[in-house]
Design a protein around this ligand. Structure first.
Ligand SMILES: NC(=O)c1ccc[n+]([C@@H]2O[C@H](COP(=O)([O-])OP(=O)(O)OC[C@H]3O[C@@H](n4cnc5c(N)ncnc54)[C@H](O)[C@@H]3O)[C@@H](O)[C@H]2O)c1
Ligand SMILES: [Zn+2]
Length: 351
């Protein structure tokens, strides 16, 4: 079992260990709470809900649960309001606690309801996808999607605990597991050659406890220095600028993780061609991604111009420039503000 402390404005522990799902009672601080509301989706709750509920009941908590249909399409205003109404109808008070059990969709929407219900109640994250374990469950960003775009309404609300049981990843469909691998490798490229080498050597058989705790430690460090995403936290967007464009141009037929893999490979190739990064970096990245069954280039048939168009409308744009994450070498990335022409030029060089 490994514990990573996140020293955000409200500090908390991320505990990672096999089988700890049954220990939610002692790993989630709930002093003063009488009720716990478990929020989950209709795939995850039947798999793991009962274990979490009975663990919390051991502590004497009155446990209620709310389940919604799985998938990104549920991360909307309607589900958000349904959960708030559920909290209110079960008379959750300010001292009670919400528990997000699931992937990033559950974590984001449960976090946002916890941030807003009664102007903020405590919540804990129990991530069950690799992506949510290494990324979305830590750092306190939570959001829902609007018709106009993803994650457009949200808040910063740190969880009071994160309980990650890598055994839950065993039931993930292989492609969903691979998507999380793209995000895990991202941390290696940003700051850690050791983490990169481990994943590169082992492929999908990497040591899950080690990789998750390394990724969480890296994210915790970045969040400690830039909790509100005003600077360095943008490093976590490696591959996401073009990746979001690819996701959108494919009508979301290309999943987030696969699009990020394409985005990382494309920016790495572009940066190397333009002489910004060390020779060999883009080949090393592409080869590691391929071992994880991830794509490293836009598939034939994708409307690349539409991807560029969507990319330059990305919400992360500030004024006329977009901050792009450029891998200089494995373990070192830099943030470069670019105008529309520079950004498109860089990505075109990497296609
Ligand atoms: N808040 C942040 O900092 C942050 C960071 C990155 C991504 N995100 C968000 O995370 C979301 C994506 O998260 P995701 O990839 O975890 O998607 P997800 O939550 O939709 O999970 C993917 C699928 O896997 C299923 N699933 C989850 N755990 C399972 C398990 N153990 N066994 C079998 N099936 C399981 C789910 O039901 C779902 O169908 C996006 O909405 C994204 O915006 C947020
Ligand atoms: Zn991502």
């Amino acid at each position: 079992m490994k514990t990573v402390r996140v020293n955000a404005s409200a500090p908390y522990d991320v505990v990672i260990g096999r089988g700890i799902l049954d220990r939610a009672d002692d790993l989630i601080p709930s002093d003063g709470a009488k009720k716990a509301a478990v929020i989950s989706d209709d795939t995850v709750f039947p798999l793991y809900g009962e274990r979490v509920v009975s663990s919390l009941e051991k502590k004497g908590l009155d446990v209620v649960s709310f389940t919604f249909p799985h998938g990104e399409r549920s991360k909307n205003g309607k589900t958000f309001l349904d959960i708030l109404e559920f909290f209110a109808s079960r008379s959750l008070s300010r001292s009670d606690i919400a528990i997000a059990l699931g992937g990033g969709v559950v974590g984001d929407i449960a976090g946002f309801t916890a941030a807003t219900y009664l102007r903020g109640i405590r919540y804990a994250q129990i991530p069950t996808t690799l992506l949510s374990a290494v990324d979305s469950s830590v750092g306190g960003k939570c959001a829902i999607d609007l018709e106009t775009g993803k994650n457009l309404a949200g808040a910063f609300h740190q969880p009071s605990a994160v309980v990650c049981d890598p055994d839950t990843l065993g039931t993930l469909p292989p492609e969903v597991f691979s998507e999380g691998c793209a995000e895990a490798l991202k941390y290696g490229i940003i700051t850690s050659p050791e983490l990169f080498s481990h994943i590169n050597e082992k492929g999908i058989d990497f040591d899950r406890e080690y990789v998750i705790s390394e990724c969480v430690s890296i994210k915790a460090d970045i969040v400690r220095r830039d909790e509100f995403d005003l600077g360095e936290r943008a490093l976590l967007n490696l591959g996401h600028t073009f990746g979001h464009g690819v996701e959108r141009a494919s009508g979301f037929g290309i999943s987030h993780g696969a699009a990020v893999a394409i985005g990382i490979s494309t920016v790495a190739r572009g940066a190397e061609k333009l002489g910004i990064s060390e020779k060999g970096t883009s080949d090393a990245i592409a080869s590691a991604l391929e071992k994880l069954s991830l794509p490293v280039a836009c598939p034939p048939g994708l409307d690349v111009e539409a991807a560029f168009e969507a990319m330059t409308h990305d919400k992360k744009r500030r004024g006329e420039t977009t901050t792009v994450v450029i891998p200089e070498k494995i373990g070192k990335c830099k943030l470069v503000p670019m105008n529309k022409e520079e950004l498109t030029g860089l990505m075109k060089a990497g296609l």
